[in-house]
Structure formats: structure tokens, C-alpha cells
Design a protein around this ligand. Structure first.
Ligand code: SF4
Ligand code: SF4
Length: 343
């Protein structure tokens, strides 16, 4: 085992708010487990605003708003953004499946109100065959058409998560035809630069394969399996860790833990704890400390210190899948702590 120096402390950089886990799309590859969450639960807006102010005092200077589908609860984003602006907190571009644009009038009102509060973060639209089984592509063209009345289209991006790239481009072509029918004259794809150009405004897109664990079983051909050798810092200060706050105000240590939603990642409950207390308590956790320094490959090295328990050649779809495998196994966790204490 190489020499490890556990210098970094667990330090979150921002907050991910989950105003609701609800979403009508139920995409196969979703990282939310809809069977595990109460989909009727919505985060109380005033409480979220208080958390934002508390977070700023704890040095949390950026937020993400995700779900679930955020446009099923548009009041949340409309209420939170003015406070984020006042506090100079960066708002990362939220993902949406364009649900709100099933009703054009409602979409138009939403964008009008966002413009009024000087919203500048844009949106990341999801377009892929898993989504479009439930969200028709014309909702996406409605979304873009209404959005363009208030905002520059270059503030939108598109994310497409599917294994067959041709099928994704098929959907992009359908979208382009619908946008032309909407009256946009010059609409084309520039594949080399991964951009859709609409009347001179560029919407960047990204295509990737889904990851596991997901809500439903994904076949090996749907994902990309690779060996995880070294991993980067997770959970700050050098990683990208965000506190993940759920509608019922439970707090998880990070926002990228796939659909297992392991209880181990729960580090507090804002119904009774202060945010700063939660951060300090989590800082004392040695597993999180290893993650903050070396990510899940570091956890595996501590686990394998005296004997190979977890095969380093095993393939995963991404590092969080490895993390989940270790963190979800109590024996592994005990062994890691034992090995760490014996260094
Ligand atoms: S991937 Fe997005 S749109 Fe699909 S079910 Fe999950 S939250 Fe909803
Ligand atoms: S590897 Fe673990 S700690 Fe890091 S982001 Fe993924 S689930 Fe979170």
C-alpha cells in the first residue's frame, strides 16, 4: 500500500436542494429510486431560504437545484433565487426534462417570472430515448420556443444519456424539425463542436452512457464498464462535494451517490440539527476523510491493505458505484477503520 497522508478535512462546497423527488418521467436510467422516496413530499420554501442563509455563514457559496423534476414545483426556484442573488451564491444550471412545457402558458409564465427576478443560470435539458418514452419531444421544442422569448438560447445546454448515439441524433433531428415549424429559420447541428445552432445562438450538448446503480436494471450493453484505478478527492475541499438536502430535510454527505441512497451517507437532519453542527460531525468520520483525500479507490486501498478483499480489476460504470459497494458493506467499513488505525 502506498503511503497515504490524510491531510484534507471533509468540507462541503455548496448545497444541492431537492425540492421534490417527484417526476412523471420515471426514466429507466434515473439515479433516483422512486420506490424509496415519498413523491408527494415537497421541501418547505421558507425553511430552504433559512438553510441558504445558514449555508452562506458556513462558507457554502454555490447551490444546485435538482430532483425529481424541478418544474413540477416552479415556486421553489422562483422563491429561492432572489435570496441566492442577495447572498452572491452561485446557482448552477439546473436539469429539467421540460415537463412544464406540456402547458405552454404555464411555461411562458414561469420564464416571465424568472426573467423578473433576473435569473441567469439557464437550464440543462434532457433529451434521450429513456426520457422521451414519457416526455414527448414537442414539450422540449415548446420549452425552447417559450424560453427564447425571455432568454438567450445559449444559456441552455442539452444532456443526452443513452447507449445508442444514432437514436439520440434521431431525436435531435425531430427537435430541429419541430423548431422550424415554430418559426425558427436557421436550425442545424454542428456535430464536431457538439452544438445545435438556432438562429445563430448555440446550445451545447453532451452525450454519455448511463451509470449504475440506476432505478431499473441496466444491461451491460447500455453502460460503459471500466476499471477504477485512482480516484480524485471527493467531498471537498479539493473535491466537488455538495451537501444533498432532501425534501424532508435529511442531509446526505454528497450528491452523487447513485440510487442506493444508503443510510450511511445521511449525516444529519435539519429538522433538529444546525447545518454547521452537521458539517462538523461529519468531519469526524474517518471514511469521509479518506473519501475527501483519495475518493473511493482510496477506500479500497485501505480495505485491501493486508489482503485483497475487493478485486482492483473489477469493472464499474463510475466511481460512485465502487463507493456504494464499499459503503454499503458494514464488514468492509469495519475493516477499513481497523486498517487505518493500525497504520
Ligand atoms: S432522469 Fe430526470 S426526467 Fe428521468 S425520471 Fe429521473 S429525474 Fe425524472
Ligand atoms: S465517490 Fe462516494 S463520496 Fe464521492 S461523490 Fe461518489 S458517492 Fe459521493
Amino acid at each position: 500500500m502506498k503511503k497515504y497522508e490524510l491531510k484534507e478535512e471533509y468540507t462541503p462546497r455548496g448545497i444541492v436542494f431537492i425540492p421534490t423527488f417527484n417526476c412523471t418521467a420515471f426514466c429507466k436510467h434515473c439515479n433516483n429510486n422512486f420506490d424509496k422516496h415519498d413523491l408527494s413530499k415537497k421541501m418547505d420554501i421558507n425553511t430552504a431560504i433559512k438553510i441558504l442563509y445558514e449555508g452562506k455563514k458556513s462558507g457554502l457559496n454555490s447551490i444546485q437545484i435538482t430532483g425529481g423534476e424541478i418544474t413540477q414545483y416552479p415556486e421553489f426556484i422562483l422563491s429561492l433565487i432572489p435570496h441566492a442573488k442577495k447572498l452572491a451564491i452561485r446557482v448552477c444550471r439546473p436539469p429539467t426534462n421540460a415537463y412544464i412545457a406540456n402547458d405552454r402558458k404555464k411555461a411562458s409564465e414561469f420564464f416571465f417570472n424568472l426573467k423578473k427576478i433576473d435569473y441567469t443560470s439557464g437550464f440543462r435539458l434532457s433529451i434521450d430515448p429513456y426520457h422521451q418514452e414519457k416526455i414527448p419531444i414537442n414539450w422540449v421544442s415548446n420549452f425552447i420556443a417559450e424560453y427564447s422569448k425571455y432568454f438567450k438560447l445559449s444559456s441552455l445546454t442539452i444532456g443526452s444519456c443513452y447507449y445508442d448515439t444514432d437514436k439520440i441524433y434521431g431525436l435531435y433531428n425531430e427537435l430541429i424539425n419541430l423548431l422550424k415549424k415554430e418559426g425558427f429559420k436557421d436550425v442545424k447541428i454542428e456535430k464536431q463542436d457538439k452544438k445545435i445552432i438556432i438562429n445563430g445562438q448555440k446550445i451545447k450538448y453532451g452525450i454519455w452512457k448511463p451509470t449504475r446503480p440506476s432505478w431499473k436494471e441496466l444491461e451491460d450493453y447500455e453502460v460503459e464498464l471500466k476499471m477504477i484505478k485512482n480516484t480524485m478527492h471527493c467531498l471537498g475541499p479539493k473535491g466537488v462535494g455538495y451537501l444533498w438536502i432532501e425534501p424532508d430535510l435529511k442531509v446526505r454527505v454528497c450528491s452523487c451517490n447513485g440510487n442506493t441512497f444508503l443510510n450511511y451517507y445521511i449525516i444529519g437532519d435539519l429538522k433538529k440539527d444546525k447545518l454547521q453542527e452537521i458539517i462538523e460531525r461529519a468531519r469526524g468520520n474517518k471514511i469521509f476523510k479518506i473519501l475527501a483525500n483519495y475518493g473511493p479507490a482510496g477506500l479500497r486501498e485501505f480495505l485491501n491493505k493486508n489482503e485483497i478483499i475487493l478485486d482492483t480489476e473489477k469493472k464499474y460504470t463510475f466511481m460512485c458505484e465502487l463507493c456504494n459497494e464499499i459503503v454499503g458493506n458494514e464488514e468492509y467499513l469495519k475493516k477499513i477503520i481497523e486498517n487505518l488505525n493500525n497504520i
